[in-house]
Design a protein around this ligand. Structure first.
Ligand code: 0X9
Ligand code: ZN
Length: 439
């Protein structure tokens, strides 16, 4: 056989091995209680040195629990370590694969937007096909937009919903972290509500703003999480020492200052430089174009039930922090009404951990958007990334309730400066000056 044939076979074989779906039969997820800083340190050391254990959440004194996944072979070692250090832990899931199976994707039927239902997760192709169909069904209000490109050559597809020119805009980012599947699902639900709801307040929200919505900001990562490794977080850029940049550490705002790594093998690798990644760079270009009209920016992550306010390096109440806190708290009150789901509202540093280089911080720092929130959706240390599909609809509904309430609160607080209002205000001012000149 010729050398070239060997090579082709080798590439084919290694690709087929690589693209095989990883299984998690009898993997256990522990919910570990973190009670003091000694325990935090111990868990952090473990996270940094023993790669047999997959930390679903980052150990920090600000959170009461840490979720860690262990294989059946390594499970006993983890349990031993916990017992030796007097750490309490419960088992959240004893066979992770069973919960992955419950998330089997449903196929979307082309040309029938009603076939995307809110009881299942969908592939990237299906989400994109659904957007195409939605745009075809509502040609006067919905337009397909391309926010950016990816390392593997995909497009970051979004939708613009607009009932007319001259409106302020609301920007929504979903799925920047690949494994947080509830994020794209919730963002698709929001799109659907804005186009189909008959509820007065939702209809008004759709009409009063120009919406720019991107359900999957990290398409390569999402595809990889669906097809190969369920718990993949980053993009898929290949480096010699590892794969993937955490896109939520790559934005040019306090880049690499906190909670980020210089190592490509880390889950929070910030990339070789700020905006080194085509995904963040191209999305930033799109956002700059509409930035001066942006009134609200929302990004959706999971999990933990938190509403986070920038910045990720300081708990100083910068810009309109107090106002944003007020609105956020009330909106989380509105979110809790339907199903009693409780969120904690607060600054990133205060309620989560220090972490910089995220989309939310860049938007606040560079675009000066009045309301910037990062949602950590359901749940709280139970199923985590494997949120059962039955929870997609309730998550979507309660989240939509909060989005509508944010708009409502902003109107109440007089923050909304719709183009029309701004025009009226300036006209009144000039008229007033003219009148007072003659009187
Ligand atoms: O660490 C993150 O990027 C987010 N949490 S997650 O568990 N979904 O990974 C929180 C991001 C908060 N915003 C910034 N740190 N800028
Ligand atoms: Zn995330």
């Amino acid at each position: 056989m010729k050398l070239v044939t060997y090579f082709v076979l080798l590439v084919y074989f290694s690709n087929s091995v690589l693209s095989e779906k990883l299984r998690y039969d009898n993997y256990t997820v522990f919910k570990i209680h973190v009670e003091n800083s000694v325990q935090v340190k111990l868990l952090r050391d473990l996270q940094d040195t023993d790669f047999r254990f997959d930390f679903w959440t980052h150990p920090d004194h600000r959170s009461k629990f840490v979720q860690v996944m262990a294989s059946p072979e390594d499970r006993a070692d983890l349990q031993k370590l916990l017992t030796e250090n007097n750490m309490n832990a419960e088992i959240s899931m004893s066979n992770v694969q069973e919960f992955i199976n419950k998330q089997t994707l449903k196929r979307y039927t082309r040309n029938n937007i009603g076939s995307m239902t809110w009881d299942a997760y969908y592939s990237l192709d299906d989400i994109y096909a659904w957007i195409d169909d939605v745009v075809a069904q509502y040609p006067n209000v919905a337009t397909k937009v391309i926010g950016g490109q990816t390392y593997e050559g995909r497009e970051i597809v979004g939708i613009k919903i607009s009932h007319g020119e001259g409106k302020k805009n609301i920007f929504i980012e979903g799925g920047i972290h690949a494994r947080e599947w509830i994020s794209p699902a919730t963002v698709c639900y929001i799109i659907n509500e804005l186009l189909t709801s008959q509820v007065q307040e939702i209809m008004a929200a759709a009409i009063d703003f120009e919406w720019h919505i991107f359900p999957v900001a990290n398409p390569d990562g999402y595809v990889f999480s669906v097809e190969s490794e369920r718990f993949w977080r980053k993009n898929r850029r290949v480096f010699s020492e590892g794969i993937g940049v955490d896109l939520n550490r790559n934005w040019n705002s306090n880049w690499l200052v906190h909670g980020a790594s210089t190592s490509p093998s880390s889950e929070v690798y910030a990339g070789p430089g700020p905006f080194s990644e085509i995904e963040t760079r191209s999305m930033a270009r799109y956002m700059r174009e509409i930035g001066d009209q942006m009134e609200i920016f929302l990004t959706f992550h999971s999990y933990g039930q938190m509403l986070l306010l920038p910045f990720g390096n300081t708990s100083e109440p910068l810009a309109n922090y107090d106002e944003a806190m007020n609105i956020g708290r009330r909106a989380m009150g509105a979110l809790s009404v339907r199903y009693g789901t409780e969120y904690v509202t607060g600054n990133i540093v205060e309620v989560l951990y220090e972490a910089t280089g995220g989309t939310d911080e860049w938007v606040k720092e560079h675009l000066h958007v009045p309301i910037v929130y990062c949602y950590e959706l359901r749940d709280r240390f139970q199923y985590g990334f494997l949120l059962p599909p039955e929870q997609i609809l309730p998550t979507g509904q309660e989240t939509m309730d909060s989005v509508v309430d944010i708009i409502h609160q902003m109107r109440r607080f007089g923050i909304l400066t719709s183009a029309g209002m701004a025009f009226k205000a300036s006209t009144m001012l000039i008229l007033g000056m003219v009148i007072s000149f003659f009187v």
